[in-house]
Design a protein around this ligand. Sequence first.
Ligand code: AHR
Length: 364
Amino acid sequence: MNKNIKIILWIIFIGLIALASYSLRPMKNIQNSEVENTVDINSDLIIVGFSQLGSESDWRTANTKSIQNALTKKNGFSLIFSNGRQSQENQIKDVRSFIFQEVDYIVIAPVTETGWDTVLKEAREAGIPVIIVDRMINTDDESLYVACVGTDKYAEGEKAGIWLEKYLEEQKSEENVTQENESLSEETASQEENGLNTEVINIVVLEGTPNSTAQIGRSKGFEDIARKHENWNILAQDSGDFTKAKGKEVMAKYLQEYDDIDILVSQNDDMTFGAIEAIQEAGLTCGVNGKIKVISFDAVSEAFDRMEDGLINVDIECNPLQGQLIAELIERLEKGKKVDKVSYVEEKVFKAENAGIERIGRSY
Ligand code: AHR
């Protein structure tokens, strides 16, 4: 064999050995539904298993994107994403899979509040810190999670009630001014027609997924304000499960049952979009100049369109942009620094009259 051929064969041989040792290095196989399913444990990246509760709403899509955009390889993370498809059972399986794969952190957006203790104890025994995002869990043992990042859902519900208080007061004072001017103006006549100056204010509520923090907090926050007003009459509170289809279905049912609805409180925008369709299909009107006044939650981009159309009166923001806060929190934990047990992102209230201006610069 001539010398050159020998050298070439040696190069091929060494190349094959290098290739074999690379492909035989330890890998973690993660069985999950979406995005990445294999993680290289030899990298310096911080491995985060994220159990998202589902993909039921525009808000959820924005929340998922925010977390995926913050926990990138460029920022030092390897993110394993799992979609629980609205099932706690799926989410628990995902968490167990993360534990099995020895991830560095587990992030959970829990679909409902109760039933997490067992699997979180398993994570604690494995020494994996757990961060709860968006919604909360209900547990007596706070050591089961290191921190919670999300939004104050009770405050959101209160804000809805406070907006309604102010709105009704404004309507009343407008009516008084008009009456002082002696004649009943066309505006007042139309307000009376719309039922807002009558003694009783009839309210229907489209609630989110039962036993989720978003449903519990928003219902309680609003009810606590409503309780202060004897004339606020909550006619019905059924679940539309945070989806457009269910929101439409439940609203259509309300419209068949009650012909005197003044206010719709819809606990997320997707249900509101469905409810607006049901109202319009029933030949009724809603929003700023309509019969049924609409209070919504989330403030996603399409809701700003509907506010600009005058179909939603007010939207109580639930801020889905939580990824950056989660990344910062993990970085602090990595450095052994203390973190707040609960951190909330900032949120506003958007009224139809300012929607065109306030939406400028929003990313979702
Ligand atoms: O937990 C946040 C809520 O969940 C949002 O309001 C809703 O749109 C989502 O599905």
